[in-house]
Design a protein around this ligand. Sequence first.
Ligand code: NAD
Length: 322
Amino acid sequence: MGSVKESAVGFIGLGAMGRPMAGHLASKLPSQTRIYVYDVVESVVDEVCKEFPDKVLKGSSAKDVAEKSETIITMVPEGAHVKSVYLDPRNGICQTDVSGKLLIDCSTIDTATSHLVKDHIAEHFPTASFYDAPVSGGVVGAVKGTIAFFLGAADTDPNLPHMTSLLQMMGKQIIPCGGPTFGLAAKLSNNYLSGIIAIACSEAMDMGMRSGLDPRVLAKVYAAGTAQNTICDRFCPVPGVYPEAPSSGGYKEGFKVQLMRKDFNLAVEMAKRVGSKNVLGEVGLETYTSAMNDPKCRDLDSRVVYRYLGGDEDWEAKHNGK
Ligand code: NAD
């Protein structure tokens, strides 16, 4: 296992995920290490600097952060933002000499943009290293420091021990996925599968319940049978079946339906690009797009797809009263 020896680490993108991740670095990196942070929203930068005085310092741009840091982590929403953070002709990271530096992008974006950035860096700064490292585990995981990193690197990569030490300050599992953009491909295929299971689970529950079954019985049946899956066991789309599922708390505190739609769309695009036959992709995408635009569902956990499909949320009174 490598140790973290940098005198300065940069963190760009202090949103729902990035802010707690940067906070973990601030609390866990050696006291002499400085963390330079930047976000287009200046107030959030000021808040983080105030929270960790002396250790976290304000960067004036992505370029400025890259100039002052040996390792730079980025966590922004979409491919267009990643492109701007790295390649903006005035203030992008690549406007400074990043030779020999380590650049880790944790955003969930399309593999084409990640390739573009990697190729640009390889061409202009051959000794710099750029990796995709999207995460899973949500905001709660980012706060608790339990997220998983899907790293676009081979398990023989010489930077792996060092990256593992650094990323483990923010998360639990670091999975090297084999090579550049494989972290993203793994993350997108995972979210595609998880999104499809949530729709299938909602439909299966709904047809069983409309046939008269108690959803708690259905959940037991799926868990014992060939349909067993984590969405049904721990994130059951039907409220009240699994008490800790976001659905049981009004679909709050979960993975927003808009984010699921974004990742699902990226997965469908990836499937097309690599020639993967994909019969569920278009219907899944249509479902999440419509759910995202439905005022009853927007901003809620993506398993709200059960509500979108017209599932009964007041089943408890019916069954308990029997
Ligand atoms: P967010 O919108 O809360 O935060 C993104 C931050 O990036 C914002 O503070 C924004 O101001 C900043 N930003 C945008 N463009 C910038 C630029 N050019 N320069 C500097 N800063 C810029 O998003 P989030 O929820 O933190 O998600 C970040 C990434 O992580 C996304 O790709 C998302 O899909 C992925 N992700 C999110 C979750 C989740 O549950 N929220 C879970 C896993 C992965």
